[in-house]
Design a protein. Structure first.
Length: 237
């Protein structure tokens, strides 16, 4: 699998798998391929399969299964994928219109100052190339992405916000994210999309998955109503 995995118990009802001995990209491919393989033969009692950047958390009901059974199933799944640690499903592209700065991106001036760039340069870099979704985070399947090619990491805010509005486009460290629902947040806000990121009545909840890409496109505030409330969907063609 381009590296080894280490399987460890995590409390009384979870097991965590870590990819070691591989570069960052290979570790990500490994844990997501393992998650897919384990999902295909999910043993009874398992209710959570959560892949991240280089680790995979398996949550289970300890009244119906145990660590030994889950570890055995993980090793079997790892043996099945072997060297095939690339995602089985093709990547999809999501185009996301964004109003940068102003009330929608109040931290754009701060980020520009921290990076030694103009606000225009920050926007240009953030929207220059598609960003890959690496995992789904909190709250409610927030797409955690590779960050844009900024000249350095972006610090988190010294004082987190009590509430961040849905559709907010944020960065921190070398990562990017869209906030799909109202929640507290300490990531600097560059802008906001008028698209509806999540549909709570949809199945699956999130239209995107790890491996998909997001292309951010700057729009003028006057075009907000043109996109407002439109569900986020993969681009065609």
């Amino acid at each position: 699998m381009g590296g080894d995995i280490v399987i460890e118990d995590c409390g009384d009802s979870a097991v965590v798998v870590k990819a070691v001995g591989a570069d960052t990209a290979r570790a990500w491919h490994t844990v997501h391929a393992l998650a897919d393989a384990f999902e295909a033969a999910r043993p009874g009692g398992v209710y959570g399969i959560v892949p991240a950047y280089d680790s995979l958390l398996i949550e289970f009901d300890c009244c119906h299964t145990d660590h030994t059974t889950v570890r055995r199933a993980l090793r079997h799944a790892a043996g099945r994928i072997g060297e095939r640690s690339l995602p089985a499903t093709p990547s999809r592209r999501f185009v996301v219109p964004v109003v940068y700065g102003g009330e929608h991106g109040p931290d754009l001036p701060l980020v520009a100052e921290q990076l030694g760039l103009t606000e225009h340069e920050v926007v240009a870099l953030h929207s220059a190339a598609p960003l890959t979704v690496r995992c789904l985070g909190a709250p409610a399947a927030a797409p955690m992405m590779d960050g844009p090619a900024f000249p350095g990491p972006v610090p988190r805010l010294a004082s987190p916000r009590v509430s961040v509005v849905p559709g907010s486009i944020a960065v921190a460290g070398r990562q990017a994210v869209i906030s799909p629902m109202p929640s507290p947040g300490g990531w600097p806000l560059l802008g906001r999309t008028p698209l509806r990121v999540l549909d709570l009545d949809a199945e699956p909840l999130a239209p995107y998955r790890p491996g998909d890409t997001f292309q951010f496109v700057p729009i003028d505030p006057a075009r907000w109503d043109e996109h407002a409330g439109t569900p986020l969907a993969a681009a065609h063609g």
